[in-house]
Design a protein around this ligand. Sequence first.
Ligand code: SF4
Length: 270
Amino acid sequence: MELLERRLLTKVARASQDWAMLEAGDRVLVAMSGGKDSFVMFHLLRALQRRTPFPFELLPVHLDQHQPGFDSGVLARWFEAEGVAHRILSVDTYSIVAAHTPPGKPACSMCSRLRRGILYSAALELGCTKIALGHHRDDAIETLLLNQLYAGQLKAMPPRLRSDDGRNVVIRPLAYCAEADIAALATHLAFPTQPCTVCSQQPDLKRARVKALIDALGDEIPHVRSSLFAALGNVRATHLFDTSLREALDLDAVRADDDTAAALGASCSS
Ligand code: SF4
């Protein structure tokens, strides 16, 4: 298990380096949902904090959204036992989501939008320079496929993002970590995780479909998850159809080169 923890830590450190996630003087609001991803993220960030040669602060924050069956006291007691300064916020977003989500429709998109807005404001009030979210590699590749299959867009989930109003920076320290590794470490460390009861009653069927699709592909292509993940960092913009990139990336010059190469290829084969 030490090996697994070290592997995950290396991935968090690399993601942080690649995307300047952690910088000297940062005060990072660590969003703690109470699920396995947030516990592992906080655990790894603390480990990194002990090893990093520059100082930064971590402030775990849990937003109690009044989800039925969820006990925020579990998290509060865990923080206290660990001797960690933290904040528990309480806003009943559940009633809003329940009132506006038709039966059978997924609750997650409105729920997470409301939560994000509250966390963005809290980060500013608490003097935090960044907000760390627990999305991982598998969230990113599922989002990539979801957007392609259902929304006609080629986009995933950025490891680092500045909010539209420019006031918040969101980071995803687990962006390079596989969900299976995170789950294994969470079980090993016996974090007191609690599943969300709302999304188990009103699941996101499209996301579940994409997860099942990737799993099924995995039977034929064992490295399918790593390959989709690698694709996120290996973009050939010249070989896509987005005309808005033409000027931005000076694609006409590239096309001219491609045409020349194609003409040369044709003359060789004739
Ligand atoms: S899993 Fe979905 S419904 Fe549950 S807290 Fe997260 S976003 Fe909200």
